[in-house]
Design a binder for this molecule. Structure first.
Ligand SMILES: C[S@@+](CC[C@H](N)C(=O)[O-])C[C@H]1O[C@@H](n2cnc3c(N)ncnc32)[C@H](O)[C@@H]1O
Length: 210
């Protein structure tokens, strides 16, 4: 996808945390990851598509080191501001330029990603790269929408590569990339009003190990 076709996260970054629904989803994803993986103080964690850190900061106190990765400089600016204000010292950010070649840092014990995978055009090669960057015994946690009808995003014109993922589809991505012990739990359902009715958008967490 070219730059002009991608959703503009930079311009939304400063207001991103103002929506209680987003904060609630981030908190629910943090709780599900804690329950499924039991993060440890020796772990090096990477949050891929970290945004403003709604999930990152829920896990950061539990691990040794955090690398927060995003393709939006605006989102990373917000995350860095929050880290500075909170005096957090075990966190580094990495900006990735999707129009050029990039690699993630290696030696990762816990790799998490929340509500980002549906924005990634090619999921299979990304999960293969995740695995290359992870230590033996490392855990991958991906939280994302269950298959939806395309109405989740408020901006109908936004170019979103995936309308969520069926559980079997996401688990297959994990297995093909070489992850073991793959399992999925339901995190919660996001409710949004569509055509005067409440529409439910379930969010799942899939976990696998290296
Ligand atoms: C819906 S937001 C989720 C942010 C955060 N993980 C959360 O749960 O609040 C998606 C994030 O992924 C980033 N993003 C979109 N496409 C990406 C890609 N291909 N690689 C890395 N990050 C991406 C966006 O900049 C944005 O910060």
């Amino acid at each position: 996808m070219k730059e002009h076709e991608r959703p503009d996260f930079d311009s939304r970054a400063a207001q991103w945390d103002n929506l209680p629904r987003r904060v609630a989803l981030g908190n629910a994803i943090v709780e599900a990851i804690k329950q499924e993986t039991d993060p440890q103080v020796w772990m090096k964690m990477l949050d891929y598509g970290c945004g403003t850190g709604l999930v990152t900061f829920g896990l950061q106190p539990l691990v040794k080191e955090v690398i927060a990765v995003d393709s939006s400089r605006g989102m990373l600016d917000q995350l860095e501001l929050k880290a500075r204000e909170a005096g957090i010292t075990n966190l580094a950010t990495v900006f990735i330029d999707l129009d050029n070649e990039w690699h993630l840092p290696d030696g990762i014990d816990l790799l998490v990603s929340s509500m980002t995978m549906h924005h990634v055009p090619e999921v299979a090669p990304l999960l293969a790269h995740f695995r290359e960057c992870m230590n033996t015994g490392g855990l991958l946690c991906i939280a994302d929408l269950e298959t939806e009808d395309g109405s989740f995003h408020d901006d109908a014109a936004a170019c979103i590569p995936h309308r969520g993922f069926a559980v079997t589809e996401m688990e297959q991505f994990f297995r093909v990339a070489g992850f073991k012990n793959v399992r999925t739990v339901r995190v919660m359902s996001v409710q949004k009003e569509r055509d005067g009715k409440l529409h439910e958008y379930p969010v799942n967490l899939t976990v696998g190990s290296v």
